[in-house]
Design a protein around this ligand. Structure first.
Ligand code: NDP
Ligand code: MG
Length: 378
């Protein structure tokens, strides 16, 4: 069970919910990091008293240093600071809750210190899953999933001793805010429309990914890496209610699932307390009033991002890094009002067609694929 924790991305949706869990479970904080949210970071640092607070942005870090001058909190900036927070000796666990590929180097730094990784930053696994898992094995670092679907799979696999008995993993997908819409209807969807998720309140990037269904595609690749499963042994089912968080189907056709209210504090907490369970702040599920549970198939023709991600999953090598880099660039453009909703998939397809895939990539190949994909997408 975790006792002292570093959070990379503490001011975001996962970061703040992680602090709720840490406070409720009596754990302590070694380091906090964010990009530029000075005020929120100051508040968090005063409340949780970490040794180290890091802001990626230099100017924001200088401001934070002045604001925290009356405390013992050391303030750093940039990637150097992020790496120091990830490897800080007093922490046994690092929660990776930054958004995007920027999380890769700090995740590797934490792994090399043998820390438990509570992994929310799925982009890291999509880009460099094989590398990250090999390093985790070499350094004896545990990786525990924070993503609700992967936590559900993890919990549904806990009783299983022989992976050969697993027929397939089934990821549930809410369908997002645009479920049931046609391509014509999606044409004019704006930033505001995309940011209205029916079941979860999350950061802007992942909320857009949930609207395009790219999020489920990223999760598909994340599951392949975390559970060593080939793409043909993973399926996606639309489940609008987000009550069943994912399932494992075994060779005898038994299905084991994990259910819960849609509340990220539960999977965050389990990544910290595993193999124990303790009472925590997550909302209980009221089975008697949650209504019927429904299931359906995803529409891969309307939601092209999901089809592109499945293609990248089957291709392997740097295809995941290309998919992800192009998507990060395209989503940033969509959020800035520069491209339309359907153009996100166009940009990703464009990058996948243009950037060559490297088999068995090292870190340099992955970083190169990411940069080339971002350029090709713009
Ligand atoms: P948010 O956008 O809410 O938060 C992101 C955090 O990362 C903030 O602390 C932000 O700081 C920091 N950050 C952003 N960009 C950078 C950067 N370039 N360098 C350093 N720090 C940066 O995201 P979420 O919490 O929603 O998501 C975080 C990760 O967790 C993502 O990978 C997402 O896919 C995954 N995830 C999220 C879920 C959710 O429910 N939110 C569910 C499952 C997975 P600042 O505040 O200063 O911008
Ligand atoms: Mg998820």
């Amino acid at each position: 069970m975790s006792k002292r924790i570093s959070i990379l991305g503490s001011t975001g949706s996962i970061g703040r919910q992680s602090l709720d869990v840490i406070a409720a479970c009596g754990m302590s904080v070694a380091a906090l990091t964010a990009n530029s949210s000075v005020e929120r970071m100051e508040e968090q640092a005063r409340q949780f008293k970490p040794e180290l607070a890091v802001l990626m942005d230099e100017k924001a870090a200088a401001d934070l240093r002045i604001r925290l001058a009356d405390t013992n909190v050391r303030v750093l900036s940039g990637m150097e600071g992020l790496l120091e927070a990830a490897a800080i000796p007093s922490a046994d666990t690092v929660i990776t809750a930054v958004v995007g590929m920027v999380g890769l180097r700090p995740t590797l730094a934490a792994i090399r210190e043998g820390k438990r990784i509570a992994l929310a930053n799925k982009e890291t696994l999509v880009c460099a899953g094989q590398l990250v898992l090999e390093e985790a094995k070499d350094y004896g670092a545990q990786i525990l999933p924070v993503d609700s679907e992967h936590s559900a799979l993890f919990q549904s696999l806990e009783g299983n001793k022989d992976r050969g008995e697993v027929k397939r993993l089934i990821l549930t997908c809410s369908g997002g805010p645009f479920y049931g819409k046609t391509r014509e209807q999606l044409q004019g969807m704006t930033r505001e429309d995309a940011l209205r998720h029916p079941n979860w309140s999350m950061g802007a990037k992942i909320t857009v990914d949930s609207a395009t269904l790219m999020n489920k595609g990223l999760e598909f690749i994340e599951a392949m890496h975390l559970y060593h499963m080939p793409p043909e042994k993973i399926a996606i089912v639309i489940h609008r209610e987000s009550i069943i968080h994912s399932l494992v189907e075994y060779c005898d056709n038994a299905m084991i699932a994990q259910l819960g209210a849609p509340d990220m504090r539960l999977p965050i907490q389990y990544a910290l307390t595993w193999p124990k369970r303790v009472p925590g702040p997550a909302n209980p599920l009221d089975l008697w009033n949650c209504g019927p549970l429904t299931f359906g198939s995803p529409d891969l023709e309307t939601f092209r991002c999901l089809a592109l991600a499945l293609e990248a999953a089957r291709t392997g090598g740097t295809a995941g890094a290309i998919l992800n880099g192009a998507n990060e660039a395209a989503v940033a453009q969509f959020l800035a009002g520069k491209i339309g909703f359907l153009e996100i998939a166009d940009r990703v397809a464009q990058a996948m067609a243009k950037v060559p895939v490297v088999r068995e990539p090292g870190l340099a190949d992955i970083l190169e694929a990411d940069a080339a994909a971002r350029e090709a997408a713009l």
